[in-house]
Ligand binder design. Structure first.
Ligand code: KG4
Ligand code: ZN
Length: 382
C-alpha cells in the first residue's frame, strides 16, 4: 500500500509518500521545507510564523511529491464539496487559497492511507497538517490515521534497518528519544505497546544543546553547531555536572548543566577565543551524552531488552551514536539508529508509523473528527 505522510508539528513542513508491503518499506519521496532561516533571528521557534509557513508550503510540496511519483493528474470538474473544505480551512485562509489554486482538482492518486501528526507540538502548527489530511480524506475518500510525533521518531528506525529483521529479534526494545522538545526512555514490548520509564524533568536534550549554543553565540538550531565546534575541543577541559546520572530512576534533568555553562561563561569572559569555545562545547556535549548513555544502558540491563533504538533530532549527533552503539553492543544486543536522512523531523517516519498503526492497531481509522493535541503522550494502540 502507498501512504501519504504529513508532518507540521513544529518548524518543518514535511510531506512523504512511502510504499509498504508485508512490513517492508520503500520511501518514494521525502520532502521537507525547513523554516530555520525564518526562526533563526529569534533564537527559537515563533509559533505564529511556523503556522503561516506551513499554510504557504504544504500545498506546493504536496503537488511536488505527487508530481515526482507521476501521481499528479487533474480532474477539471470542481467538486461540490468546496464549501465543506472552506469550513475546514476556516482558520487557515492561506492554506485554503493555495488549495483552491493547486489542490482542489487533483485527481485521486494511488494513495491508500493518509497519516498525519496530531501531537505533541505547537497547536496552531499541527492544525495545518490535520486539516489538510481531513480535506484530502474527503476529496479522495481515503482513510486517515493519526500519528504521535514521538512514535514517528521511534519508527524512523524501521524505515530501512529492519527490512528483513524479525520483530521477535527487536522486541522488547528500549527507545531513547532525544529531540528538541522531549527526552524519553520508552520500553516497547511490541508494535504499539509501550511503557514510559523515564523522561526529562526540565529541558529536553536538544533544547539544552540549543540554549548552550545560544550562550556561545552560535545560530539556531544549536545541536549541529555544537557538535561541529566540539570536534576542535577537548572534552575533558571542563568538568561539567552530570545531573541525576547515579540516581535509581530513569529521569533526566539538563537545566543544571546549562546553568553550569552559563556561570562558567560569566567567569571566563571568552570573547572570541575559539579554542576556549570549542573546549566548552566539547565538554558540555560529553557531559550530556554520558548521562544519556549511562541511563540507557542501566535501563537496557534492568529490563533485559533485545535491542536499543535511538531516535529524535539529537540522534544525528555522531558522538552519541558512537558511544551508545559501543556500550549497547557490549551487552551483546543490537543498537539501531535511524539513517541520517530521517533523524530530523520528516513525514516518512509519520507515514511508516501510520502503516503499523493502521495494520496492527485496534483504534479508529477514519478520524474525520481528529483534533490537534499539543501535549499528546505515547499511548498503546495494540
Ligand atoms: O526531532 P527534531 O527534529 O525536532 C523536534 O521534534 O524537536 O529535533 C530537533 C533538535 C534540535 O534541538 C537540534 O538542535 C537537535 O535536534 N539536533 C542535534 C543535532 N542535530 C539536531 N543535537 C545534537 N547534535 C546534533 N548533531
Ligand atoms: Zn521531532
Amino acid at each position: 500500500m502507498k501512504i501519504l505522510g504529513i508532518e507540521t508539528s513544529c518548524d518543518e513542513t514535511a510531506i512523504a509518500i512511502i510504499e509498504s508491503k508485508n512490513d517492508n518499506h520503500r520511501v518514494l519521496v521525502n520532502l521537507v521545507s525547513s523554516q530555520i532561516k525564518i526562526h533563526s533571528p529569534f533564537g527559537g521557534i515563533v509559533p505564529s510564523l511556523a503556522a503561516r509557513e506551513h499554510q504557504k508550503n504544504l500545498i506546493p510540496i504536496l503537488i511536488k511529491a505527487l508530481k515526482e511519483n507521476k501521481m499528479l493528474k487533474f480532474n477539471f470538474v470542481k467538486p461540490k464539496i468546496e464549501r465543506e473544505i472552506k469550513n475546514i480551512f476556516e482558520k487557515q485562509p492561506i492554506l485554503f487559497k493555495n488549495f483552491l489554486k493547486y489542490g482542489l482538482n487533483v485527481k485521486t492518486p494511488e494513495i491508500d492511507l493518509i497519516a498525519v501528526t496530531s501531537g505533541p507540538g505547537l497547536e496552531i502548527a499541527l492544525w495545518s497538517g490535520i486539516n489538510l489530511a481531513k480535506v484530502l480524506s474527503i476529496l479522495w475518500q481515503k482513510p486517515i490515521i493519526d500519528v504521535n510525533h514521538l512514535e514517528g521518531h521511534i519508527y524512523s528506525n524501521w524505515l530501512e534497518q529492519f527490512k528483513n529483521l524479525n520483530p521477535k529479534k527487536v522486541f522488547p526494545a528500549l527507545n531513547l528519544i532525544v529531540s528538541g522538545g522531549h527526552t524519553q526512555l520508552v520500553l516497547q514490548i511490541d508494535h504499539g505497546k509501550y511503557k514510559l520509564i523515564g523522561e526529562t524533568l526540565d529541558d529536553a536534550a536538544g533544547e539544552a544543546f540549543d540554549k548552550v549554543a545560544r550562550m556561545l553565540g552560535l545560530p539556531y538550531p544549536g545541536g549541529p553547531e555544537i557538535s561541529k565546534l566540539a570536534k576542535n575541543g577537548d572534552q575533558n577541559a571542563f568538568q561539567f555536572p552530570r545531573p541525576m546520572i547515579n540516581q535509581k530512576n530513569y529521569n533526566f534533568s539538563f537545566s543544571g548543566l546549562k546553568t553550569a555553562v552559563f556561570y562558567l561563561l560569566k567567569k571566563l569572559n571568552i570573547n572570541n577565543n575559539l579554542k576556549l569555545k570549542a573546549d566548552i562545547a566539547s565538554s558540555f556535549q560529553k557531559a550530556i551524552i554520558d548521562v544519556l548513555v549511562k541511563k540507557t544502558i542501566k535501563a537496557a540491563k534492568e529490563f533485559d531488552v533485545r535491542s536499543v533504538l535511538l531516535s529524535g533530532g539529537v540522534s544525528a549527533n555522531e558522538l552519541l551514536r558512537q558511544n551508545l552503539k559501543n556500550e549497547v553492543e557490549k551487552l551483546g544486543i543490537y543498537c539501531h539508529q535511524p539513517n541520517l536522512n530521517y533523524t530530523q523531523d520528516n513525514a516518512s517516519m509519520i507515514a511508516i508509523c501510520g502503516y503499523y498503526k493502521y495494520k496492527y492497531g485496534k483504534g479508529d481509522k477514519t478520524l474525520i473528527n481528529l483534533t490537534a493535541k499539543p501535549n499528546l503522550k505515547i499511548k498503546n494502540w495494540n
